[in-house]
Design a protein around this ligand. Structure first.
Ligand code: FAD
Length: 568
């Protein structure tokens, strides 16, 4: 039969097959010719990833004029802030994941999902090359190509080992749900092994030495969870070896949790020392073998020490995925740390490609050029100086355009502009003083080089996803009536307002039902009350009622029965 002889619903399926490269999952075969026209007129949005950024984009996209194809090696969304709780069985792995098809099926927009990873982006021809997931239980890998009108890159980041020898082979990471499950099994393995007869005391001690590399929020939270697990559950079950357990936290910098307020850092360091978690600051890991970690003691003239261990968890930060590196080289961004975008999240150097979340960064060079232009505009008499009042106006302009600058100043204890002026040798009290623009710019550029403009957090990724979905929902309207700020009209004026990050605060769970919370307005709270705040925020932030119910019931189970120590 010719194409025209098929019943209309079959035709629709054929069209879908052509447009989407084979997948049919979320399409309804409505069958009417109107629907056929609508399908062909729709713009195709390809989303790479099912993490925080991609999921919040999907959840907020509600304009049926788009057809969406999601490609990700993971067919679920994972609530990463609860991964440390999964490592010790406080929360079960399945309680923190939501199938992406559940999210997609509830939408007015047609969403198709393919479990595959993107291996190459060809921005010139608007194609992405994909390969079916290599982590599933099947043999063989399919390859396919997907065309797009708009591409949304939200693929997150890799772990960063800084090329330290032996890390990939010997350390655990804590990035994915599978990592957390593997850690849980290994912790229990260590206890079972150390409990075997005929092992020397020294060997038992080695096996029960848990080393955590990286004193950031993830490393600290994992150390605290592990300590709770050992203290509250494992030592009751393994009384014979309870005194041999040791947890060490290795950090190259001077302090752990350095991105938090100093009070939180001090509290965490004190608490850990009191509870017997060995916090070794100034210890840079230089090599890992199957039984030993070698550290360079930065405070001891670079002395190299070998520490025997049973299990090591590496949590030192993030790096760029290899296919993103290739793409960056293709579009002239080879020397960057992450995909550079403008403030509308458009990838610089290509059309209709957006990047958000951990894989992206707002282009700092451009930001500094903008800041320089604001200074220039304020210096009306071209004298190279500004009065304090003029400078404050300049700062208001900068902060309005780049709220990140204000956030940076705050989190670095530069509480207001007067601190900034002090470091630029100005005196804020003397209204008439003239400030040297070059000196001010030097201070701001220091700010710029130290900050990554936006932290790599779920908070940023999900706000970016929501922002971009709203832009896409209103794309047609805004083509006609652009809404970018008037001050930046002219060529710079865009259809939408630029992305503005709103910092809602951050938590650092420290174990023993105590959490440190740093909320907007420099409000710091540490202790049991913040732990309850943590429970409520994380329950409310769950992506569905199903996961919310599961997580709350896991917490209740743990309170009543303790954690499960079976090795499954
Ligand atoms: P991700 O959420 O990592 O998602 C990336 C997606 O891309 C995944 O679905 C992945 O499968 C997919 N992908 C990967 N490769 C490909 C490919 N080749 N093709 C297609 N898809 C691909 N942030 C907070 O704000 N608060 C916290 O308390 C917090 N705790 C954390 C605890 C842990 C243990 C970890 C690891 C992170 C934590 N974070 C937290 C950080 C937060 O998880 C990340 O910043 C956030 O996940 C970034 O979102 P994203 O969408 O950019 O990337």
């Amino acid at each position: 039969k010719s194409f025209h002889d098929h019943p209309s619903h079959v035709k629709l399926i054929l069209i879908c097959t052509t447009v989407t490269g084979g997948g049919l999952l979320a399409y309804s075969d409505a069958g009417s010719s109107a629907a056929e026209v609508a399908v062909t007129e729709r713009k195709k949005v390809v989303v790479l990833g099912t993490g925080w950024a991609a999921t919040s984009f999907l959840k907020n996209l509600n304009n049926p004029k788009y057809e969406v194809q999601v490609v990700s090696p993971r067919n679920y969304f994972a609530f990463t802030p609860l991964l440390p709780s999964v490592t010790c069985g406080t929360v079960e792995a399945r309680s923190i994941v939501e199938p992406v098809r559940n999210i997609a099926n509830k939408k007015r927009v047609d969403v198709l999902f393919n479990e595959a990873e993107c291996v190459k982006i060809d921005a010139e021809n608007r194609k992405v090359y994909c390969r079916s997931n290599s982590n599933n239980n099947l043999n063989g890998q399919e390859e396919f190509v997907v065309d797009y009108d708009y591409l949304i890159i939200a693929v997150g980041a890799n772990v960063n080992t800084f090329n330290t020898p032996g890390v990939v082979e010997n350390c655990h990471f804590l990035k994915e749900v599978e990592d957390a499950q593997k850690i849980r099994r290994t912790v229990i393995d260590c206890f079972e092994r150390a409990n075997l007869p005929n092992l020397s005391e020294e060997e038992k001690k080695r096996i029960l030495h848990f080393a955590i590399v990286g004193g950031g929020p993830t490393g600290v939270e994992f150390a605290a969870s592990l300590h709770d697990f050992v203290k509250e559950d494992m030592i009751k079950l393994y009384p014979g070896i309870k005194d041999l357990v040791k947890i060490t936290l290795l950090e190259a910098g001077d302090h752990i949790l350095s991105m938090f307020d100093k009070r939180i850092t001090a509290f965490a360091e004190d608490k850990f020392q009191r509870e017997g978690i060995d916090v070794k600051t100034g210890s840079m890991v230089v090599k890992v073998t199957d039984k030993e970690i070698s550290t360079k003691e930065l405070k001891n003239g670079g002395e190299i020490k070998a520490i025997p261990y049973g299990m090591a968890v590496w949590s030192t930060g993030i790096g760029t995925r290899p296919f993103i590196k290739d793409f960056m080289a293709q579009i002239g961004q080879a020397r960057r740390r992450a995909l550079a975008t403008d403030e509308w999240l458009r990838v610089e150097g290509c059309d209709n490609v957006y990047a958000l979340g951990d894989c992206a960064t707002i282009n700092q060079r451009k930001v500094m050029e903008d800041i320089a232009a604001i200074f220039k505009k304020a210096d009306k008499d071209n004298s190279g100086t500004l009065t304090v009042k003029e400078f404050q106006e300049v700062m208001n302009d900068i902060v309005e355009r780049y709220p990140q600058v204000e956030l940076y100043l705050k989190t670095n204890q530069m509480r207001d502009i007067s601190d900034l002026l002090k470091s630029a040798k100005g005196d804020v009290k003397k209204e008439s003083i003239e400030l040297n623009i070059e000196e001010l710019k030097a201070v701001l550029s220091k700010v710029d080089s130290q900050m990554k403009f936006l932290p790599a957090t779920a908070q940023v990724a999900s706000q970016q996803g929501t922002y971009l979905a709203k832009c896409f929902n209103r794309m047609e309207d805004c083509e006609k009536n652009p809404e970018g700020p008037l001050r930046f009209r002219g060529e710079g004026r865009h259809r939408f307002k630029p992305f503005r990050y709103k910092h809602l605060g951050q938590f650092a769970p420290l174990g023993g039902e105590q959490t440190a919370a740093q909320l907007p307005g420099d409000w710091v709270s540490i202790g049991h009350s913040s732990q309850w705040l943590w429970y409520s925020v994380y329950a409310s932030k769950q992506v569905s009622w199903r996961t919310r119910a599961l997580v709350v019931s896991d917490w209740t189970r743990r309170f009543v029965f303790g954690r499960d120590s079976s090795r499954i």
